[in-house]
Each structure stands twice: as structure tokens, then as C-alpha cells.
Design a binder for this molecule. Structure first.
Ligand SMILES: C[S@@+](CC[C@H](N)C(=O)[O-])C[C@H]1O[C@@H](n2cnc3c(N)ncnc32)[C@H](O)[C@@H]1O
Length: 190
């Protein structure tokens, strides 16, 4: 990160990665975070004992805005230089995944070079799998790129998409199949 770039952790859970970014040197006031479950954000403050000191910006919101537009989220539109997705995109089916990609594009600063980075589960074949928490969508490298091409078409924003395949954890392979991988991605606004 450079200068006063802002970073958003989308689907931040307890905000453990938010605290890691700060420990790694990112000024806390430049870190933004969104989480569906308000209770997770509260648990994070309780766990890290920083409710009164942490200057990062958390909101509880549904990035899909299924119950209508979220004014707080809209307040961040166009302001985020880096969006980080930790194990997030596989939580949505293919259609909702596209909506998330489109919503992230709105949040992203319109300067070339602003990026969406992260990691999600993937597979050799694009498919849905059933996990204890519900259905997950495993993108293949090709379907991941295709989804971003659709998002680019809908938003009229051009992206360079880089996806690297890395080994998934043993537990994930045991649960979902030997071909399950981790997709590490870098989606950069051209
Ligand atoms: C698999 S967890 C990953 C959490 C964290 N990023 C990590 O790497 O450990 C996905 C997180 O996204 C949140 N989430 C799921 N759907 C969401 C939505 N529509 N809007 C915002 N957050 C959502 C979940 O509540 C959960 O905390």
C-alpha cells in the first residue's frame, strides 16, 4: 500500500484481518470493513479489546443489498483503493457472485490501478458444493475470469484479471473433492 490508500475488508467476520493489516503497518483510519453479521463485529471488539482505540470503520451490511440500498455502504462508493476478499466470493451462487462483483466495482476508486484482491475456493470444474454452512460456489479459473468479464460488461469498467491456483487445505479437499483448490486473485482496474 502507498500513501493514504484505503483498504476494505469485505466479509470481515471478527475483523481479524483488519487487525493484521494494522499490525503490518496500515494506518487504522484507512481500513474499512463490512460484515453481514453485526454480532461478529462486536465480538471482534471484545476479543481484541480495542473498541475505544481502533479508528477503523466497520459497518454491518449485506453487500447484496437484498433488503434495499444501504446508505452507509453507498457513502463509501468510489472511495476504496483496495478491496480485500478473504474466503468470501465462494459464499455466493454464480448469479449473486456477479452482483457482488458489480457492487465491489461501485465501491472501488475509479483511478486505474485500484484493485480487488483475495482468495476463494475453486475447482477444476465450476460447480456448487454443499458445506455445513450451506451451498458454496467453486469457480474454475475460466469461470472466474468469465464472471469478471460479465461484471466488466455490465459496469463498463475494464479489468485485468490474474488468478493463481494454489493447493487447498486437506480438510477442504477431504470434504469437497481432490480437485478443490484455492484461487488467489488480483483484479485491477485498467
Ligand atoms: C467464510 S467467512 C470469511 C471471513 C474472513 N474474511 C476470513 O477470511 O476468515 C465469510 C464472511 O462473509 C460474511 N458474509 C456473507 N455474506 C455476506 C454479505 N451478503 N454481505 C456481507 N458479508 C457477508 C459472513 O458473515 C462471513 O463472516
Amino acid at each position: 500500500m502507498q500513501g493514504d490508500q484505503s483498504i476494505l475488508d469485505l466479509g470481515c467476520a471478527l475483523g481479524q484481518d483488519v487487525r493484521q493489516m494494522i499490525a503490518d503497518g496500515v494506518p487504522d483510519h484507512l481500513v474499512y470493513a463490512v460484515e453481514l453479521e453485526a454480532g461478529f463485529i462486536e465480538l471482534g471488539y471484545d476479543l481484541f479489546l480495542d473498541r475505544d482505540t481502533l479508528k477503523s470503520h466497520f459497518i454491518s451490511a449485506d453487500v447484496l443489498e437484498k433488503s434495499g440500498p444501504c446508505a452507509k455502504l453507498a457513502g463509501w462508493d468510489g472511495k476504496i483503493d483496495i478491496i480485500y476478499n478473504g474466503r468470501f466470493l465462494h459464499c455466493f451462487g454464480r448469479d449473486d457472485g456477479l452482483l457482488v462483483a458489480i457492487r465491489m466495482t461501485k465501491l472501488l476508486n475509479n483511478r486505474p490501478g485500484s484493485v480487488i484482491v483475495g482468495e476463494c475456493l475453486g475447482g477444476k470444474l465450476d460447480r456448487e458444493v454443499v458445506a455445513p454452512v450451506g451451498k458454496l460456489h467453486l469457480y474454475s479459473v475460466e469461470s472466474f475470469k468469465e464472471m469478471w468479464a460479465q461484471a466488466a460488461e455490465k459496469t463498463k469498467v475494464e479489468f485485468k484479471v490474474d488468478v493463481q491456483v494454489q493447493p487447498a487445505g486437506q480438510a477442504q479437499m477431504a470434504h469437497f473433492g481432490e480437485d478443490v483448490v484455492s484461487l488467489v486473485f488480483w483484479v485491477e482496474r485498467s
